[in-house]
Write a protein that binds this ligand. Structure first.
Ligand code: LIP
Length: 263
């Protein structure tokens, strides 16, 4: 893909992410119209807004370049190697509670490799943008992982999927805390990855997460100098599994504690 082609897609993703975030915020204002449903587990919620926002995103991304889209709610539009992987509202459980920790996440994968990531968090007014070889920014300013500043006081977010037994999540939290690693769980994997990229945390781990949660954040963390496990190994883009993202100096310690993620 040429630089202009990648640059044009970054510009499109920024516009679409911003407009999608505005649409989701507008729909949240009428709680009674959200039509909240659960997808099996009571902690796995979906709303009319998720679907409406994804339909908007797909229409815009399809129209401009003819790329295909894989989304959390509507699935995959085609088999092109030029594929957007999107979460219209990541952190839906927070969103329905009017908790500000949710975002729109748009990742672009070319022949199985994530090369563009755009994440828009309207409540915090933060827009994260990254493309392969061009660094990562927050609201236009460069961002970097924490380095080894917190070697003795690491802070790691641990995500938990409703599709896995809670015991695995608790086991990971216990192992980290017994190793003097402080943990958090904030409910949006995409935003969890942006905080690794900005250095606000030193790592994000989750035992079972979906491609639309991590496609954009993977590019943002890597372009901010961080390590991300090979979630899209072999170019497989529609598979869920474990992820480990961190400042490089913490990688060995985390892998020793929770294993090396393999998808
Ligand atoms: C969320 C993920 C997060 C996970 C949550 C939830 P959703 O995605 O981003 O990593 O821990 O349980 O699945 O469902 O809000 O789009």
């Amino acid at each position: 893909m040429t630089t202009p082609q990648m640059r044009d897609r970054v510009g499109l993703a920024i516009d679409v992410a911003r407009e999608a975030a505005r649409l989701a915020s507008h729909m949240r204002a009428d709680f009674s119209a959200l039509g909240i449903e659960t997808k099996g587990d009571p902690r796995d919620v979906v709303t009319i807004a998720d679907r409406t926002v994804e339909e908007f995103i797909v229409s815009r991304l399809n129209a401009q370049f003819g790329d295909d889209v894989l989304g959390e709610e509507l699935g995959r539009t085609g088999t092109s190697e030029r594929l957007w992987i999107v979460d219209p509202i990541d952190g839906t459980y927070n969103y329905v509670h009017d908790n500000p920790r949710w975002c729109v996440s748009l990742g672009f994968v070319l022949a199985g490799e994530p090369i563009i990531g755009v994440i828009c968090s309207p409540a915090s007014g933060q827009l994260f943008v990254a493309s392969k070889g061009n660094g990562a920014t927050r609201n236009g300013a460069p961002i970097r992982v924490s380095g080894d500043r917190f070697g003795t006081q690491p802070l790691v977010e641990v995500g938990a999927s409703s599709t896995k037994p809670i015991t695995r999540y608790l086991e990971i939290v216990e192992r980290l805390m017994r190793s003097n690693i402080e943990t958090r769980r904030l409910g949006s994997g995409a935003l969890g990855l942006t905080q690794v990229a900005t250095g606000e945390t030193d790592g994000y781990v989750e035992d079972h997460i979906h491609p639309w949660d991590v496609a954009a954040g993977t590019v943002i963390v890597r372009e901010a100098g961080g390590h991300v496990s090979d979630f899209f190994a072999g170019g497989v883009v529609d598979r869920s599994g474990p992820i480990l993202a961190c400042t490089p100096s913490l990688r060995g310690r985390l892998e020793a504690l929770i294993g090396t993620p393999t998808t």
